[in-house]
Structure formats: structure tokens, C-alpha cells
Design a protein around this ligand. Structure first.
Ligand SMILES: [Fe+2]
Ligand SMILES: [Fe+2]
Length: 297
């Protein structure tokens, strides 16, 4: 009997932390499974290469989307903005790892085909309270002592602003999603969450402006998603909206996870995944910070 592949996912490996690096090294062999690595692996191209070289031989296929940390540049960095992103795409391609710039793969699981849509959509500050422009959103965060390092290190070159880059990525991705295999159920993969109401960050609520874009609020229904995979929040969770499963699959910083848990148990099964559940509507008391948590692993 041919073993059935599974589609697994993890994000926010942040391997500049020793404990996280050790966790990655402890991964078992999964010769039939595909693994999504949903951004924030590291800050340097050589660390991304190390992760891909470590995990590549243990999985049937790796898939990667960038997070904000990978896109950071420092003074004197060789690559900035889009150029930095494309350099990371090169690192992936040299290792046979799929990226948002490659043809989207069709994966058959349990006799059903799925389109695995790898996305890179960025953020545009529109998760801030309604009516705020980006400057006001940043000032609103600063009032609470919050300032995302993206403001200093995530350059938008050649786009005038990060929100312009985000708008361009969103427009091109929407066009692609409308065209490619519209008949297939999709797994949408993006580092940043696609909806504000799945963002649950009670410790730093004013980090919201850097968490995604309101432009993707309806993408789970508009583009026929079976599952939406994201990271960035360092708050692992599974939510349902309109019958679609939303998986937040972060590992996070060492303080965000328990080292006694085997790393393999933190690889979220995206497909075949749990049986369909009743939808849970967001509790209005949570307002922009999200609805009730269905499961948190
Ligand atoms: Fe992260
Ligand atoms: Fe992130």
C-alpha cells in the first residue's frame, strides 16, 4: 500500500535562538510528507539555507513563504526590499524548495486534489482601528510603547512604501488565484494572517498595524480555501470562519513554546487535518482582537 502524504506546517522558526535551532535539528524523518515553512525562519540568507539543508532530506517536499524577519536589511546589506526577497527565492530554488514565485503545486491527499497557493502579501497598517492612515496607525501603536522593527529594517525598494509593495503583491496574487485551477480547493499560505478577526495578541494589542491587510478579509471564501495557513503572531491556534479552517502555526521565540514538547508534535497537520467542525463565530467582545480560540496547541 502506498503511504498517504500529509501536508504539515510550521512558521516562525527564528533559528537565531539556540533552542529553536536545536528543535529544528531534532526533526524526525517524514519521507512522505510535505512541509510548509511559513516565514520568519531567520534574518540571514545563510540561516535560511541551513534550515532548508537540515529539513530538506527529511521531507518529500519543502515549501516556503517569506516573513518580515527574512526581509530585514541592515546597514551595508547587499540586498534590500524586493531584491532581498528575490535573493531568498534563489536560496530556495537552489535546493528545490517551492516559493511564491514558482508554479503552485497540486497535491493529492486521500484521492482529492488541492492547489497549494504560496502567497507573499505583506501588511499595510489597515488592521489598525478604522479610519487611521498608516501614520496615525503607527502613532496609535507608539502611544502604547509599540514600534515594529519592520519600520527600520523592512525596506520596500523599489516601491515607494511598504503599503505600495503590499498592494502590488495583493493585486498580482488575486489575479493569479482567480486564474489558476479555480476548480480545485485551495490551501492559502501567507506569513501574515488574512483576517483581522483571527489576530489574537492580548499582550501587545497595538501591534495590529503590522499584522496583515484588510484587503484579504474575504479571500478564504472568494478563492475557495479549504485551509488558510499563517504565522507571525507566535500564538498557535485553529479557528473557523465561514466553514474554512484557519491555522496559526508559529513556533516563535523560546519563551513562546515549551522545549519539553517534541518538535515533531508542533508540526501542524494541515491536510488531511481534523474532520470538519461546526463553525465558531467571533465573540463581539473581542472586537478586533479575534474570536474564541477553538484549539491552541
Ligand atoms: Fe515571528
Ligand atoms: Fe513575522
Amino acid at each position: 500500500m502506498v503511504p498517504m502524504p500529509r501536508l504539515l506546517a510550521i512558521s516562525d522558526l527564528h533559528v537565531r535562538h539556540k533552542a529553536n535551532r536545536a528543535a529544528v535539528e531534532s526533526t524526525s524523518d517524514h519521507p512522505d510528507d510535505w512541509l510548509i515553512i511559513a516565514g520568519d525562519v531567520c534574518e540571514k540568507a545563510e540561516d535560511l539555507a541551513w534550515v532548508l539543508d537540515t529539513l530538506g532530506p527529511r521531507f518529500a517536499q519543502l515549501l516556503w513563504v517569506p516573513g518580515n524577519h527574512e526581509l530585514w536589511s541592515h546597514k551595508g546589506s547587499e540586498h534590500r526590499g524586493e531584491d532581498k526577497y528575490l535573493d531568498l527565492v534563489r536560496v530556495c530554488r537552489e535546493r528545490g524548495v517551492l516559493t511564491p514565485e514558482d508554479p503552485w503545486a497540486v497535491l493529492t491527499i486521500d484521492g482529492r486534489e488541492y492547489l497549494i497557493a504560496l502567497l507573499f502579501l505583506l501588511f499595510d497598517y489597515s488592521f489598525a482601528p478604522p479610519g487611521m492612515d498608516p501614520e496615525q496607525a503607527i502613532a496609535w501603536a507608539r502611544e502604547a510603547g509599540i514600534m515594529c522593527i519592520d519600520e527600520l529594517r523592512l525596506h520596500s525598494t523599489p516601491y515607494p512604501t511598504r503599503q505600495d509593495w503590499c498592494a502590488a503583491r495583493v493585486a498580482a496574487s488575486a489575479e493569479r488565484l482567480a486564474k489558476e485551477h479555480p476548480e480545485l480547493p485551495r490551501v492559502l499560505v501567507n506569513h501574515w494572517p488574512l483576517r483581522r478577526d483571527v489576530v489574537r495578541i492580548p499582550r501587545v494589542p497595538r501591534f495590529l498595524p503590522w499584522c496583515g491587510t484588510a484587503l484579504t478579509e474575504d479571500w478564504h471564501t472568494r478563492f475557495g480555501a479549504e485551509v488558510v495557513v499563517s504565522g507571525h503572531l507566535h500564538v498557535r491556534a485553529t479557528d473557523y470562519r465561514d466553514g474554512v479552517r484557519f491555522e496559526e502555526v508559529s513556533l516563535g521565540y523560546p519563551r513562546n513554546w515549551r522545549p519539553e514538547m517534541p518538535f515533531d508534535s508542533l508540526l501542524r497537520e494541515v491536510l488531511p487535518g481534523p474532520a470538519a467542525r461546526d463553525e465558531v463565530e467571533p465573540d463581539p467582545r473581542w472586537h478586533a482582537l479575534g474570536g474564541p480560540r477553538r484549539r491552541n496547541r
